[in-house]
Design a protein around this ligand. Structure first.
Ligand code: FDA
Length: 323
């Protein structure tokens, strides 16, 4: 009960500009956010990715930002993505780039977003860097799928993947279309504050729906015409075990799927899976618009409040201790 209340509290906070501006003024909050965010600059993100590479994990880099409300704000995110692609192309093999479409104009208009995503896709194609389209709140879901499908048609050589949320009631019908288009999918549970009509709330039922979806995306399912690589974006041991068993049962090689996890979450499990020969990709966000992303991470695991409280106490005791 308390954890459900905290979840709603953090998700509501994640959308409050007032709370964001207060929290972001505190240097301590910035330090605490580093648990999940590589830092504010590309250089911070690159040094995290280089550390991730050392034990064989891969990365996807996300320039934080969402719901840009002016053309100028959206265009400046596009420029940052283009610079990021250049850096990835020069220095970071096997790294993909993740984008939230509302950061590049989807909250303004689908047409603007199409124009802007084309600029990014052209560069990604030229440098052969995969793009991953994140899924945001359900009000953007249909447009996100439409922009993604158009992108795949317009840039057939682009390696593109779309995130699909296991908690949405509409997902089983959405994946039918995506699977038939051979879309690469990152299956996640879903991180937003959705109503009961739109999303399943119960953890067990979400797990069940995620398993049904994975079943439909693996060879043997009538949904798929030819197998495209499935990525599971989850830290949930039940889903991870299910996918490992399913791959083994179908005699598929380990490289035919990918486990994706967030920077700062279950690093021991990321390393264990990599050592066992599975592909593991870490989602590494950076940038100064970290507040909504950080609040969603808090909402996923209200026990994270404890590490925040510990950090506050540590900083207070340091400040008050005699020099
Ligand atoms: P669950 O929440 O059940 O967690 C399982 C275990 O993992 C927990 O018991 C805990 O040990 C650990 N854990 C999980 N979250 C934690 C946290 N924040 N802090 C500390 N420990 C934690 N969502 C979305 O709506 N759109 C998207 O595009 C994406 N993209 C995305 C990419 C990747 C690579 C990942 C891993 C996740 C996303 N998500 C996402 C987020 C996703 O929807 C979901 O909210 C989180 O992954 C948490 O759900 P889990 O499946 O990990 O399980």
């Amino acid at each position: 009960m308390l954890s459900a209340l905290l979840r709603v509290f953090f998700l509501r906070c994640s959308r409050s500009k007032i709370i964001e501006s207060i929290v972001k003024k505190t240097p301590l909050a910035r330090n605490i956010s580093r648990r999940f965010i590589a830092g504010e600059t590309k250089e911070d993100a690159i040094s995290v990715v280089q550390r991730i590479f050392q034990d064989g994990r891969r990365a996807t880099l996300d320039y934080l930002g969402e719901e840009a409300l002016t053309k100028q704000e959206a265009f400046s995110a596009v420029c940052e993505y283009i610079k990021l692609l250049d850096v990835v192309g020069q220095r970071l093999l096997y790294t993909s780039v993740s984008i939230k479409l509302t950061s590049i104009g989807l909250a303004i208009s689908e047409r603007l977003c199409n124009d802007y995503v084309d600029l990014i896709a052209k560069k990604a194609c030229a440098l052969k860097i995969p793009l991953e389209v994140d899924m945001e709140g359900s009000k953007y879901k249909d447009q996100t799928i439409a922009v993604f499908c158009r992108l795949k048609d317009k840039f057939p050589t682009l390696k593109a993947r779309i995130a699909i949320q296991g908690y949405l009631r509409s997902t089983p019908s959405d994946i039918r279309e995506l699977a038939q288009r051979c879309a690469n999918i990152r299956l996640v549970k879903g991180a937003y504050d959705e109503s009961n009509e739109v999303a399943i709330r119960d953890k067990k039922n979400i797990q069940e729906q995620c398993i049904e979806i994975m079943e439909k995306l693996l060879p043997g399912s009538p949904y798929i015409l030819s197998y495209s690589y499935l990525a599971l974006g989850s830290h949930d041991p039940v889903l991870i075990k299910w996918l490992i068993d399913a791959i083994k049962k179908r005699d598929m090689p380990k490289y035919s799927c990918e486990f994706q996890m967030l920077y700062g979450v279950r690093e021991d499990e990321q390393i264990r899976l990599t050592r066992d020969g599975w592909n593991v990709r870490v989602y590494v966000p950076y940038g100064n618009k970290w507040f909504p992303y950080f609040m969603r991470r808090m909402a996923e695991r209200p026990a994270n409040v404890c590490f925040v409280i510990r950090a506050i106490i540590n900083s207070l005791t340091k400040t008050n201790s005699p020099v």
